[in-house]
Design a protein around this ligand. Sequence first.
Ligand SMILES: [Zn+2]
Length: 305
Amino acid sequence: MKNINYESRYSYHKTVNNYSWPILLDLHLHTTKSDGNLTPSQLIKLVDKTDLKVISITDHDNINGLIEAEKEVNARKNLTLINGIELSTKYNDKEIHLLGYFIDIKSKKLKNKIKEIKEGRIEFSKKIISFLEKKKIFLSWEKIFTKTSGIVGRPHIAKSMIEKKYVSSMNEAFEKYLNDEKIINMKKFSMDTYEAIDLIQSAGGISSIAHPKSIIDFNSELKGFVNSGLSGIEVYAEKYQPKTQNSFIELCKKYNLIPTGGTDYHANMNDNEMIPGMNGPPYETFEMLKDRAKSIHKKNIGQKI
Ligand SMILES: [Zn+2]
């Protein structure tokens, strides 16, 4: 199992966290509303078994799980849900994922953009299926699509490749095929990172860059994002080791950003997958995020907090 980045969430080691704080926050979770395998309700039932006090569901390019999640969370005393989203964006040819927190799920601007992205994803997934056919991999787009909740992505295609035994793992599907430069270039991003930061802001939220280590030359792009309103960086991401975390902490200090984090849980059910509560920032991060939202939006924060 070579070529797997040790700090990637797909890495084959179990993460060992040596944090000095109890993990009470997990600000990066996926459900069946994007490419996760648990429904929002199932995810929250799993969270019940952890010490988590604050979670954010951050499905890719959609907010469809948040109402169901809110109902579940409201039935509990000791759990808070931050309305989240993870937007796929592009800047200088780099794919950058932007996490949004405290967003107003009724925002018209956000809803319209999400619709546009959804259509772009459908088109992209169809192009990938045709590309794979040239490599003698035959998958049915319709079958893949019916297993999604309308938000189709490369992980759905990877799962189908595993089912049909073209590959044996998600990692292999990505390393061998789906991270192919030709595929990446087919992706029609409807948003650049600046527009996404603006979109989150206009929906009353604040934003943080997800898993920044995967962004080449991140440091040189960061200043521009900060100037346009970025609030945080995901420091406690994937299986980042202390050295990596510290380098991002330094950037947070330099630009007055909030270090966020979470497991990026998808319920892939691999032995090496971090489960909710295994990674996350200190509890004070929650207070810092609320304070930042208040200072940007005053009383008009997208989600009542
Ligand atoms: Zn994610």
